[in-house]
Design a protein around this ligand. Structure first.
Ligand SMILES: [Mg+2]
Length: 365
């Protein structure tokens, strides 16, 4: 089987309704914009797709396909994913590809393989479980009272834990984290995600409060450029750190965080920023060798498959962005997400995407 065509389709990405925000200094939910679908087809009729939903996605992906990807892919065997994954990293050396683009070809090829074999991707990956608990991953609300109200609604709807994306102000965030623990009691798993909002002194201050309030993990408090800074943070706080979400280099980079003693809870493993399904699985296996977690990052369909295939992940991350909480359609009233059943990754092939893709196009920070 050979790849015969590689196309980019434009899709309209609807604005989140109601709009929402992230921490101070980051932009909020995007207005109506364009997204793109990478479509790979073959001489035997097998095909696969991957969704690219970032501001300016269509222009970026069309340019990459025209200049770089099409020549590489046409004529190649679509089932040789390892070879093509290797080739993408070679191309990155020259073209400095956007991080979310590094896994697009791989994700589309896994979708193609699943459709070709008539199996969901999580089963092709081996299959570890058929259901997993979801935690509510909040956007940033305006007050402690509003966060506490959202937390109550999430627990009422069945969510098994709550992860805060707060304001990025160390003093206020400490106050919120302690208030939430007081409010929900000792048995609810709580996590905190800094979305890289702090320097080392403030990250230490927050980490000590999270430890005092018995949070499960402390995620990405600083930009992930300096592993030394994370090493110092790990030495200064007891709260376990979950790191390497937005850093470049897939498992090769995760390895250095682990080696430095900075990934005291584990590392992130999502398709969007770790190089597709293949990069995420490499990262998960690496962490497993060290008996660490590889928590899947992202509320979208490819990551849904990863959650069913990675033994050392414990939750599905479900984005909660409205003050009147609506449970994501994949989460049941027991807070469980069940394994996808369709072949491939099972994004529709007719590109008629619309509102049903939300919240998948807004990735948790
Ligand atoms: Mg995060």
């Amino acid at each position: 089987m050979k790849i015969t065509h590689v196309e980019v389709h434009r899709i309209d990405v609807p604005a989140a309704s109601p709009p929402f925000r992230w921490r101070d200094g980051l932009s909020g939910s995007a207005p109506v914009g364009d997204g793109a679908v990478l479509h790979i087809g073959t001489d035997e009729g097998a095909e696969g797709v991957a969704l690219f939903a970032r501001p300016g996605a269509f222009a970026t992906l069309r340019d990459l396909v025209e200049r770089v990807f099409r020549d590489e892919l046409v004529g190649a065997d679509p089932l040789q994913r390892e070879w093509l994954w290797h080739r993408v990293w070679e191309l990155d050396r020259i073209h400095e590809l956007p991080l979310p683009a590094l896994g697009l070809i791989d994700t589309a090829l896994w979708d193609l393989a699943g459709r070709y074999h008539g199996q969901p991707v999580w089963r092709l990956l081996g299959g570890f479980r058929e259901a997993i608990p979801a935690y509510a991953s909040t956007s940033t609300f305006s007050s402690i009272a509003e966060f506490l109200d959202v937390a109550d609604q999430c627990l009422e709807l069945g969510y098994r834990g709550i992860k805060l994306h707060a304001w990025g102000d160390a003093r206020r965030d400490v106050e919120l984290c302690l208030a939430l623990r007081d409010h929900v009691g000792p048995s609810i798993p709580l996590m905190y995600d800094g979305s890289a909002g702090f320097d080392l002194p403030d990250a230490i201050r927050l980490g000590r409060a999270l430890s005092e309030a018995d949070y499960l993990w402390y995620e990405e408090p600083m930009r992930e450029f300096s592993i030394s800074a994370y090493q110092r943070l790990a030495a200064a706080v007891d709260i376990p750190l979950l790191v390497a979400e937005t850093s470049d280099g897939a498992h090769m980079n995760s390895a250095d965080f682990i080696r430095a003693g900075a990934a005291t809870f584990g590392v992130r493993a999502g398709t969007t920023l770790r190089g597709g399904i293949t990069g995420a699985m490499r990262t998960a296996h690496l962490a497993d060798a060290y008996r660490l977690r590889a928590e899947v990052h992202g509320s979208d369909i490819p990551n849904h498959h990863l959650c069913m295939a990675i033994s050392n992940t414990t939750y599905y991350e479900s984005l909660v962005t409205a003050a009147k909480v609506v449970r994501e359609r994949h989460v049941d009233d027991q807070g469980l997400v069940h394994a996808p059943t369709g072949p491939g990754i099972a994004l529709p092939l007719d590109f008629g995407y619309g509102k049903e893709l939300l919240p998948f196009v807004e990735q948790p920070r």
